[in-house]
Design a protein around this ligand. Structure first.
Ligand SMILES: Nc1nc2c(ncn2[C@@H]2O[C@H](COP(=O)(O)OP(=O)(O)OP(=O)(O)O)[C@@H](O)[C@H]2O)c(=O)[nH]1
Length: 887
C-alpha cells in the first residue's frame, strides 16, 4: 500500500485534517503538516491508539485473515443436495486464474471502521445539513436584499412618478396662469387701443371743432370788418365833419368790451380785446382767443318726458347723447338691445335716471285731447257766468232716493208746452225761485261710480238721503266715502220724517260719528228734514242746494262750443242711438258735430226732459241727443268739434284705446290671470266684491275671506252688502278689478249683461265654507310654485390631489346623505360657502359613478374650481318645486 497524506486520510475518514493531526499527535505519530505522508505503520499505530482510547485492548483483536489469489488453478468442489425423497452429491469445478494474498481488516476492525465511517458519514451529513442551512440562509438573505432593493426601487419610482405628476400639475397651473395673464394683457391692450382710438377720435373731433370755430371766427371777423368798413364809408359820406365823434363812440364801444348795442356780449369775441383795429384797418390776432363753445361747468340735467314706448335712438336724441351710451347702460342692466329697438316706459325711465337725468311719464295726448284743448283755448274764461248746480242723490237702499227724485220731478219740473209728458231721461232740471237745479236722475252710487271710474266728474253736490227711522246704514257710509273721495260737498236729506219712529237726532249723531257734522252742531253740513211722501221740507232742500251752489260760485262760459258728459244712453228702435248729455260748459246746439267717446255725429235732434225739441242747452242743462253714430257709454265726455274728419279719427282712436283698456281690465279681473301680477308686485292683491242674502252671512264671509291674507297675498273685500248683485256692483267690480262672490243671491239682468260683456269673474255659493275654500284654492293656485333647496348630502374633503388629466381632485368621505354627480354643489370652508357650482367628476376607485352614499370614500372634481383644500366640505343639494300655500 502506498502512503497517503494526512489530509487525504482525513478526507477518507471524514474528519478534518486538524482533528486527524490532533489524533496523530495524541498517538505519538509525528505530523507537522497536512501534506505530510503517513505510512501504513503509522496508520496501524494510530488505529491501535484509537482503539486503546476507545477501551478495546489488543487481545481482543483477531488475527488478520490472509487471502491468497492464484493466477490460474482448478478445484473440484463436492456439494451434496437433498430434496424430498432424494439425496444427491454434485461436483463443481472451480478455476482460479491468479492468486494474490491480501490482508483485510479483521471483523472488529471492520466494525470499528464501519462505526467510524458512520460517524464520519453522520458528521458529513451534519456538515452537509449545516452547509445547506447556511446556503439557504444566504439565499434568503440575498432574496431579502433583492426584495429590499426592489422595494426601494419601487418607492423611488413612485416618488419619481409623484414628483412628475406634481411637476406636470405645476406646469399646467403655470400655463393656465400664463394664459390668463396673456388674456388679461390682451384685454388691457385692447382697452388701451380702444382708449387710444377714442382719444384720437376725440382729438380729431376737437380739432375739427376747433377748425370749424376758427373758420366761424374768421368769418365773423370778416363780417364785422366788412360791416365796420361799410359803416365808416357811409359815415364819411354822410357826415364828413364828425369823424372824431364816431371814433370816440367806437373807442367807447371798444372800452366797454365787445358788447352789442343791446348790451349782449359779442359772440366769439373776448372782452377787452378788439379783433379789428379800425385804425390799422387790419385784423389783429387776439392774444387770448376765447371760443364761442365752452365746456359746461356742471353736468346738464335734463327732464325728459317718456312715452309708453320709445326707441333707443329716439331716447338718445331726447338726451342729446349717442345711442351707444344708452346701449351701454342697458348692457350694464343686462339687456342687449339694438339702436332701433323700442324700450318700454319703465326701462326707458330707468335708463334716463341712470344717466343722471330726470324722467317723467309723458302724458299721451289723444286726438280727442287735442281737439278738447283747441276747444278750451277758444273759451274766454272771463266771460264765465254762474251756472246751475248738478246734484246726485245717494243713500242706503229703501231710504227713499227714488221717491225724493220722483217727487221733485213731478212737482217741480215745469211742463212748458201743453201735452208734454215728463220723461225719464236720466237727468232733469228744475227751476226754483232761487235758481235752476239739475238732478242726475239715476239714484244710488252706480252712476256716480261709473262716471268717476271713467274720470268724469259732473256732480257738484251730493244729497245723502238717510231714513230718519233707520239712520246710518252701510250704503250711507259708502255714499259719504264716495262724496269725500270725489271732493263733493254733502247735503243730508233726513227722509221719512213723517214716520212715527223718525229719530232725526239719532241720524245726526250717527252721521257725526262719520265726520258728517250738522251745521247746528257746529259743523258745515246742512241737514234738511224731508218727507218724500208728503213733500215736507222738499223746498227747504232745494233752497239748501241753491245756497250751497251759491257758496261754491259755480261758473261756466255760456257762449262757446259745448262740452259735457253722457249721463245715460240707449238704442231706440225708431230713433237710433239716444244719449242724455249734461252740458258742462258752452251751449250745445242742434246741428253741432259732436264727438262722444268712440261715437260721433251731427246733432239731428235736441230734446229736453219733457220730450220737447229744443234749439240749445246751456251749462248744467241735460238734453237728449239724437244723430250719433252709435250708443256712447255713460260717463263718456262729449265735445263739439268743427271738423267731421277729425271727429271720426278721434272716435276711431278712442275705440282702439277702449278695446285695449277692456282687454287689460279683463286680464286683471280674472282669478287665473292674477298670476301675472305676482312678478310685478311684491304682494298679490285679490279684490272681492261680496253680496249675500243676510247681513250675518255678509259679515261672516267678509271676515273669513279677508283672513285668507298672508305675506304673499292680500285679500280685500272692496265692497259687501245684502241683496242681489246689481249693475252698480258689477261696475264697481270692473272698476276695481274685483271678483264677484254671490252668496245665496243672484245677479240681476243688467248686471248679468254687464258681467258677461266685461268678462268679469262671478261665483255663486250657498255654503260659506265652500266659498272660503274655493277662494283659498284659487289663490293658492295663483300663488303657484316656488323653488326650494334641499341639501341631500355632505362630503368631507380628506386630501387633495392634482392631476394633469383630471385637475384638482378632492379625496372625500361622504359624511351624510348622498352626493350625486348631476346635482349642484357648494364648497364650504369653516361653514362658509366659498364656491357654488357643479361637479366635474365623481369617482369611486377608478370608476366614474353617478352617486356616492354616506360612509363611502370618493374622488370629487369640482368644475371650474381648483382651490378645494383638505378640511373643506362639499355640500350637494337639489332644487325642488313646491306648491306655495296660504298657510
Ligand atoms: N213714510 C215714508 N215712506 C217713504 C218716504 N220716502 C220713501 N218712502 C217709502 O220707502 C220705500 C222705499 O223708497 P224708495 O224711494 O224706493 O227708496 P230707494 O232709496 O230709492 O230704494 P232703492 O231704489 O231700492 O235703493 C217706498 O215704499 C217708499 O214709498 C217718506 O218720506 N216717508
Amino acid at each position: 500500500m502506498s502512503d497517503v497524506t494526512v489530509k487525504q486520510l482525513a478526507g477518507v475518514l471524514g474528519i478534518t485534517a486538524d482533528k486527524l493531526m490532533e489524533q496523530l499527535e495524541s498517538a505519538g505519530i509525528p505530523a507537522t503538516s497536512e501534506d505530510e505522508a503517513i505510512s501504513n505503520e503509522s496508520k496501524v499505530k494510530l488505529l491501535e491508539f484509537l482503539r486503546g482510547s476507545h477501551g478495546k485492548d489488543k487481545k481482543n483483536l483477531s488475527p488478520r485473515k490472509k487471502v491468497v489469489l492464484k493466477r490460474k488453478s482448478k478445484e473440484v468442489l463436492r456439494v451434496s443436495s437433498s430434496g424430498p425423497g432424494v439425496s444427491k452429491t454434485k461436483n463443481i469445478n472451480i478455476e482460479v486464474k491468479k492468486k494474490k494474498v491480501a490482508v483485510g481488516p479483521s471483523q472488529t476492525e471492520m466494525a470499528e471502521i464501519e462505526k467510524e465511517r458512520l460517524e464520519a458519514q453522520r458528521a458529513l451529513d451534519d456538515r452537509k445539513l449545516q452547509l445547506e442551512a447556511e446556503e439557504q440562509a444566504k439565499r434568503d438573505a440575498e432574496e431579502k436584499i433583492k426584495s429590499l432593493e426592489q422595494a426601494g426601487k419601487q418607492k423611488e419610482a413612485e416618488q419619481k412618478a409623484k414628483e412628475e405628476q406634481e411637476r406636470l400639475a405645476l406646469e399646467a397651473e403655470q400655463e393656465e396662469i400664463r394664459k390668463q395673464e396673456e388674456a388679461q394683457q390682451n384685454l388691457v391692450d385692447e382697452q388701451a387701443k380702444l382708449e387710444q382710438a377714442k382719444a384720437e377720435s376725440v382729438n380729431k373731433e376737437e380739432a375739427k371743432k376747433k377748425r370749424h370755430e376758427d373758420l366761424v371766427n374768421q368769418q365773423v371777423q370778416k363780417a364785422i370788418a366788412e360791416r365796420a368798413n361799410r359803416k365808416k364809408k357811409e359815415q364819411t359820406q354822410s357826415q364828413p365833419a364828425a369823424p372824431a365823434a364816431g371814433k370816440g363812440k367806437a373807442n367807447e364801444a371798444g372800452n366797454k368790451g365787445n358788447n352789442t348795442r343791446y348790451g349782449r356780449k359779442q359772440l366769439h369775441v373776448q372782452a377787452g380785446h378788439q379783433r379789428f383795429d379800425r385804425k390799422a384797418r387790419k385784423h389783429v390776432a387776439p392774444s387770448n382767443a376765447e371760443h364761442g363753445f365752452q365746456l359746461p361747468a356742471a353736468p346738464v340735467v335734463k327732464t325728459v318726458a317718456i312715452p309708453e314706448n320709445i326707441t333707443v335712438s329716439d331716447l338718445a336724441k331726447e338726451l342729446s347723447i349717442k345711442a351707444a351710451d344708452i346701449i351701454k347702460v342697458l348692457m350694464k342692466m343686462g339687456m342687449m338691445v339694438t339702436i332701433n329697438q323700442p324700450l318700454d316706459q319703465d326701462t326707458a325711465m330707468l335708463v334716463v335716471e341712470e344717466l343722471g337725468h330726470i324722467a317723467e311719464e309723458a302724458v299721451e295726448q289723444t286726438k280727442a285731447d287735442i281737439l278738447k284743448e283747441e276747444s278750451v283755448s277758444s273759451i274766454d274764461e272771463e266771460n264765465a257766468e254762474t251756472r246751475p248746480p248738478v246734484v246726485t242723490v245717494m243713500g242706503h237702499v229703501d231710504h227713499g232716493k227714488t221717491s225724493l227724485l220722483d217727487y221733485i220731478r213731478k212737482t217741480k219740473v215745469t211742463d212748458k208746452e201743453a201735452g208734454g209728458i215728463t220723461q225719464h231721461i236720466g237727468a232733469y232740471h228744475v227751476e226754483t225761485e232761487k235758481g235752476v237745479i239739475s238732478f242726475i236722475d239715476t239714484p244710488g252710487h252706480a252712476a256716480f261710480t261709473a262716471m268717476r271710474a271713467r274720470g268724469a266728474q259732473v256732480t257738484d253736490i251730493v244729497i245723502l238721503v238717510v231714513a230718519a227711522n233707520d239712520s246710518v246704514m252701510p250704503q250711507t257710509k259708502e255714499g259719504i266715502a264716495h262724496a269725500k273721495a270725489a271732493g263733493v260737498p254733502l247735503i243730508v236729506a233726513v227722509n221719512k220724517v213723517d214716520l212715527q219712529d223718525a229719530n232725526v237726532d239719532k241720524v245726526k249723531q250717527d252721521l257725526a260719528a262719520h265726520e258728517v257734522v250738522p251745521e247746528d252742531w257746529g259743523g258745515e253740513v246742512q241737514f234738511i228734514e224731508v218727507s218724500a211722501l208728503t213733500g215736507q221740507g222738499v223746498d227747504a232742500l232745494l233752497d239748501a242746494i241753491s245756497l250751497q251752489a251759491e257758496v261754491m260760485e259755480l261758473k261756466a262760459v255760456k257762449d262757446s262750443d259745448a262740452s259735457g258728459i253722457v249721463v245715460e244712453s240707449s238704442l231706440d228702435k225708431g230713433r237710433g242711438p239716444v244719449a242724455t248729455v249734461l252740458v258742462k260748459s258752452g251751449t250745445l246746439k242742434k246741428g253741432d258735430m259732436i264727438l262722444c267717446g268712440e261715437q260721433f255725429g251731427r246733432i239731428r235732434s235736441l230734446i229736453d226732459e219733457n220730450g220737447n225739441e229744443i234749439a240749445a242747452a246751456g251749462p248744467s242743462i241735460p238734453a237728449v241727443v239724437l244723430g250719433l253714430s252709435g250708443v256712447p257709454i255713460a260717463g263718456d265726455e262729449f265735445l263739439v268739434v268743427k271738423n267731421k274728419k277729425h271727429a271720426r279719427e278721434a272716435a276711431q282712436e278712442h275705440r282702439e284705446r277702449e278695446r285695449e283698456t277692456r282687454l287689460k281690465r279683463k286680464q286683471a279681473a280674472k282669478l287665473e290671470n292674477l298670476m301675472s301680477q305676482m312678478g310685478k308686485e311684491a304682494k298679490l292683491e285679490v279684490n272681492l266684491l261680496v253680496k249675500a242674502d243676510v247681513q250675518g252671512s255678509v259679515e261672516a264671509l267678509r271676515e273669513s275671506l279677508e283672513s285668507i291674507s298672508n305675506d304673499d297675498v292680500n285679500v280685500n273685500v272692496i265692497s259687501s252688502g245684502v241683496g242681489g248683485i246689481t249693475n252698480a256692483d258689477a261696475q264697481l267690480a270692473a272698476a276695481s278689478s274685483a271678483i264677484i262672490i254671490g252668496f245665496n243671491v243672484r245677479a240681476d239682468k243688467a248686471a248679468r249683461e254687464f258681467i258677461k260683456e266685461s268678462d268679469l269673474d262671478l261665483h255663486y255659493f250657498s255654503i260659506i265654507y265652500e266659498a272660503i275654500d274655493q277662494v283659498k284654492r284659487s289663490v293658492t293656485g295663483i300663488l303657484g310654485t316656488e323653488i326650494k333647496e334641499e341639501i341631500i348630502g355632505n362630503a368631507d374633503v380628506r386630501d387633495v390631489f392634482r392631476s394633469s388629466k383630471f385637475g384638482t381632485i378632492a379625496g372625500c368621505l361622504v359624511s351624510d346623505g348622498v352626493v350625486r354627480k348631476d346635482n349642484p354643489i357648494r364648497v364650504l370652508r369653516d361653514n362658509v360657502v366659498i364656491f357654488e357650482g357643479e361637479l366635474e367628476s365623481l369617482r369611486r376607485h377608478k370608476d366614474d359613478v353617478k352617486e356616492v352614499k354616506s360612509g363611502t370614500e370618493c374622488g370629487i372634481g369640482v368644475k371650474q374650481y381648483n382651490d378645494v383644500q383638505p378640511g373643506d366640505q362639499i355640500e350637494c343639494y337639489e332644487r325642488i318645486e313646491v306648491q306655495r300655500t296660504l298657510d
